[in-house]
Design a protein around this ligand. Sequence first.
Ligand SMILES: Nc1nc2c(c(=O)[nH]1)N[C@H]1C(S)=C(S)[C@@H](COP(=O)(O)O)O[C@H]1N2
Ligand SMILES: [Mo]
Length: 323
Amino acid sequence: MPYIRVPKGWEMPERLATPEDIYMNRRKFLKAMGFAGAGLVVGCAGERPADGKEAGGRSLARAAPEGIYPAERNPAYTLDRALTDEAVAARYNNFYEFSPVKEQVWRLVDRFETRPWTVEVKGLVEAPRVYDVDDLLRRMPLEERLYRFRCVEAWAMAVPWTGFPFKALIDEVQPRPSAKYVRMVTFLRPDQAPGQVEQHWYPWPYYEGLTIEEAMNELTLLVTGIYGHELPKQHGAPVRLIVPWKYGYKSIKSIVSIEFTHRRPPTFWNDAVPHEYDFWSNVDPGVPHPRWSQATERLIDTGKRVPTQRYNGYADYVAHLYA
Ligand SMILES: Nc1nc2c(c(=O)[nH]1)N[C@H]1C(S)=C(S)[C@@H](COP(=O)(O)O)O[C@H]1N2
Ligand SMILES: [Mo]
């Protein structure tokens, strides 16, 4: 059994105390009774006064702690292209848990609850632990970085992410020498994510994996913010992965668990369509997708086409991993 941090009374959400499936069933029961959600909102009410500062009708219980954003920009990671228009990036998303239609995702995330949120770190580590995402936000070395981002579907963007190196978390849990891979999993909440119901043929919940060397590379981030504020739900709130030299589907959103393993973990898109998506998925303009060329990419805000670069332009950081 992994170590579970004992939360203070006021921050004790039911999902820390009960397994996810019991929690889900209980929620369904409460919903039928007309009580769903009440416990979660009350659970956080003591942390922040209802001072009316929150704009846009957003629940206080769902916001990141104050004073986190914007984080200082790390000038070591700059771009050779303009930043993508924020509003375009926020309305053109791949997040199949909600919809396979990129332009629809942002409209369908309302019911998705991103607070409270825990990430369980387990497997071949000396110090397994369940993290509360706000504890990570307060303790980890948050910084902003400008990265290119390349989807396997040949669209691309360039955005300022806020996050911390995955390595900072890995160092804290101390992987054993036998740990060779990291497996990450997204939430399973069909009552909040319509795509998990409508696309019942996919092997939910979404899962991804990296080698330990990839996960510890300086480019690999656990991301909680974008454009100087917390991640909107459609970008993978409250915490997602960003591996900028790989096709976008490796950058798993809304992570609930991270497991260190000896064997290479299976990955969602490789299991779903094995002849189109492999484990490595490094951006490579010379290797076409079975259904389209990868030589160029389309910038989502201007529509301009530009050449795709090997490792998405990050060869200096990562080529040695594949020598
Ligand atoms: N859980 C989850 N993570 C995911 C996906 C998804 O459908 N579910 N889509 C991936 C794909 S294909 C891409 S291109 C990026 C898109 O990230 P964005 O919407 O923030 O631009 O998220 C990746 N992470
Ligand atoms: Mo993608």
